[in-house]
Design a binder for this molecule. Sequence first.
Ligand code: PEP
Ligand code: MN
Length: 270
Amino acid sequence: MKNIKLSALQENKRTVVRVGDVKVGEGFCVIAGPCSVENERQTIETAKAVKEAGAQMLRGGAFKPRTSPYAFQGLGLQGLKILKKAKEETGLPIVTEVIDTRDVPWVTEYADVLQIGARNMQNFSLLKEVGKTQKPVLLKRGMNSTIEEWLNCAEYILDGGNYDVILCERGIRTFETYTRNTLDISAVPALRELTHLPIIVDPSHASGRVSLIPALCFAAVASGADGIMVEVHINPSEAVCDQEQALGPEQFSHMMKKIRKLHKFMVDLA
Ligand code: PEP
Ligand code: MN
């Protein structure tokens, strides 16, 4: 693969990205939380519920890259402050998206992991900017991007001096319309042989349907992924953003029990 230097797998040495006490690349890491931070109660109650079910990090967008300019764009700084409070109450590290180079310095103050969304995967100025920070970066795959293009984007961050990159497969665009995207599960074992970086799966944006999410999570475990990032809302029927793919706390907790069992089975199998 062309120009894949710093992210290429060498001598089977794999990167473990440390986020507080959490190690991404060792065991199976679960990141969960709402699509967007809507208010304090929604975020903190969701954070408590996902923690109770065994999630290790909290996700939540304060800046939302929406298809329509008229859709909810996120609470911005207020959202980041709510995430900080949720972290204080639960101890869960925060994964949150940064969409603008100008925001990187101050989003970095609140985030434990900087998320680069699918729509920004090839925003090279943004990649260079997060490459200058010391914060782990969760780099989502662009919906129309090849694995090679994706790894080249990781390369930008590594080349900036930041080696803590987590790759996130979130589904790609195909001719299929039943699902929001098509989860490219083969990307997981493919990346295993190409790169030392940890790889997680986002079944929520890949499918866009609550009913399909558990099966995709199990597929992620079986494919050898290092974790998942899944959307959970304390009250899915009230979710402002991505309602059709929001798991409720009980669905999430039920699924988590099976994920942990399946992961143990896979470890024993190896
Ligand atoms: C998200 O994780 O909230 C998100 C916007 O996802 P993606 O960038 O994969 O569409
Ligand atoms: Mn979402």
